[in-house]
Design a protein. Structure first.
Length: 281
């Protein structure tokens, strides 16, 4: 419970960037950065495929590091709920995994979280929010067959050709802690996802660091840091936008981390977004 309180304080501190600015005085975020922004008030439909052909096979505490899954298909939907003084962004992420080495396949732990963004923490070119998160049981061959719960928080901003920010997620396993092995707990690793994108003028082409989620394992005080490079293009349409990209990723820090460490990972993505206006209820 103490860790939960620490995480609550950490995520609530994210909103410190909020600015007390009138709606009419707020600068506007350009359409290209909105297409890259998961916190913008817009519908989002994402389809991605990630292929992880090989993993690092070094020793961890004298034991060969286990490999991860071979590939997955991801569907992510964001369905905004704009209200007066508040925007709620429910986001659902569904993944179907395959492991060619074992022949196992199935759905992973579906993640649902609702990022809540008060109007006072939306300064036009960016915003800060916090919200609850739930993970549903997945196929036991490729994921944990258990529920999870937690919190997520985000801060994003755009400045000229730059779009950047950070997403934090912390979840806990909904199981009896006394049933866990000695030295482990019901606390899942803290997810830290910084992102940085640079757009080349009005062409819509951009470079970014990709979908890199660093993990801090509370049980072992170990840190895992992937690094990646993303190249994509945004097409701004009359009533929406299309974002397509390709991405490469590998592991930068992983020696003390006990989980899988990807050696080479490739990802392709297609996202369609449709902005909506803020409600006047």
């Amino acid at each position: 419970m103490r860790k939960l309180l620490y995480i609550c304080v950490l995520l609530l501190a994210i909103t410190a960037k909020a600015q007390d600015t009138k709606e009419s005085d707020k600068p506007m975020q350009d359409d290209t950065s909105k297409a890259l922004d998961a916190t913008a008030t817009q519908w989002s439909f994402q389809f991605a495929y990630q292929f992880m052909p090989d993993y690092h096979s070094d020793l961890v505490n004298g034991v060969p590091r286990r490999a991860g899954l071979d590939n997955y298909v991801q569907l992510r939907i964001v369905a905004p709920i704009p209200l007066k003084g508040l925007t709620i962004l429910p986001r659902v992420t569904i993944r179907h995994y395959e492991d060619v080495n074992t022949g196992n396949s199935g759905f992973g732990n579906t993640e649902i979280f609702a990022l809540m963004i008060p109007s006072f923490s939306d300064w036009g070119t960016g915003r800060a929010g916090i919200g609850p998160m739930v993970t549903l049981p997945g196929n036991k061959d490729v994921a944990r067959d258990e529920w999870g719960y937690g919190l997520s928080g985000a801060v994003v901003n755009s400045s000229g050709p730059w779009f950047y920010g950070i997403l934090l997620t912390q979840s806990f396993r909904a199981i009896d802690p006394s049933a866990l092995p000695t030295g482990s707990s019901d606390t899942n690793p803290l997810g830290i996802a910084p992102f940085l994108n640079y757009t080349f003028g009005s062409s819509g082409y951009y470079l970014g660091n990709g979908d890199m989620v660093a993990l801090y394992d509370w049980n072992n005080s170990a840190f895992y840091l992937p690094v990646g490079l993303r190249f994509g293009k945004v097409w701004v349409l009359e009533k929406g936008s299309i974002n397509a990209y390709a991405e490469y990723q590998t592991s930068a820090i992983y020696k003390n981390y006990q989980g899988p460490a990807v050696k080479n990972s490739f990802r392709v993505n297609f996202t369609y977004t449709m902005p909506v206006g803020r409600g006047k209820k």
